[in-house]
Ligand binder design. Structure first.
Ligand code: ZN
Length: 145
C-alpha cells in the first residue's frame, strides 16, 4: 500500500495517509478531516478511485499542459475546503494511456467525479475557480442518497 505525506492545514502536523482506504483520513493529532490528494495511473486507478467510498474527483492532466497548471492549485484548494467529502485523484495522461482511452479524454484538463465506481459528472477545459467550485458542489450533491 502506497502512502503520501500531508501536512495538516489545522495544526501543522505531518500525517502519513494511504492512497486507498475505507472512510477518509483524519489528522492523527487534532482529528480534523485531512485533504486527500493522491496520484493514480492505469494500474491503481480502480483501487484508488473506483473503489473509493469517498467521492473521487479525477483530474486528467499533463506536464506540458498550461491550463492544467492553472486548474491544479484550484483543485488542491477545493480538496482542502471539502476535506472528508471528496478525494482528489490526479492522473497524468502521458503515463496512463489506458485510462485516457477508456474515459475518452480528448482535452485536458478533464475532470470527472466518480461516486461508487460511476462517473456522475464531467468537465473538460479550465473554467474559472468560481465556476469549478460550483460544478464540484453540484456534482457532489447529484446522486446523493
Ligand atoms: Zn491536525
Amino acid at each position: 500500500m502506497r502512502s503520501n505525506l500531508i501536512t495538516c492545514p489545522h495544526c501543522g502536523k505531518t500525517n502519513r495517509i494511504p492512497t486507498a482506504a475505507s472512510g477518509h483520513p483524519r489528522c492523527g493529532n487534532c482529528r480534523k478531516d485531512l485533504p486527500w490528494i493522491v496520484d493514480a495511473g492505469d494500474t491503481d486507478f480502480a483501487e484508488i478511485a473506483e473503489r473509493s467510498s469517498t467521492p473521487a474527483l479525477i483530474d486528467f492532466w499533463a506536464a506540458w499542459c498550461g491550463p492544467c497548471r492553472m486548474v491544479s492549485p484550484v483543485l488542491d484548494k477545493l480538496a482542502q475546503e471539502r476535506a472528508g467529502r471528496v478525494k482528489l485523484v490526479k492522473v497524468d495522461v502521458d503515463k496512463s494511456p489506458s485510462l485516457s482511452r477508456r474515459f475518452d479524454i480528448q482535452a485536458i484538463p478533464t475532470m470527472l467525479l466518480i461516486r461508487d465506481g460511476k462517473v456522475v459528472a464531467r468537465q473538460a477545459g479550465a473554467p474559472p475557480a468560481a465556476a469549478l467550485r460550483q460544478w464540484l458542489d453540484a456534482a457532489l450533491a447529484a446522486g446523493q442518497p
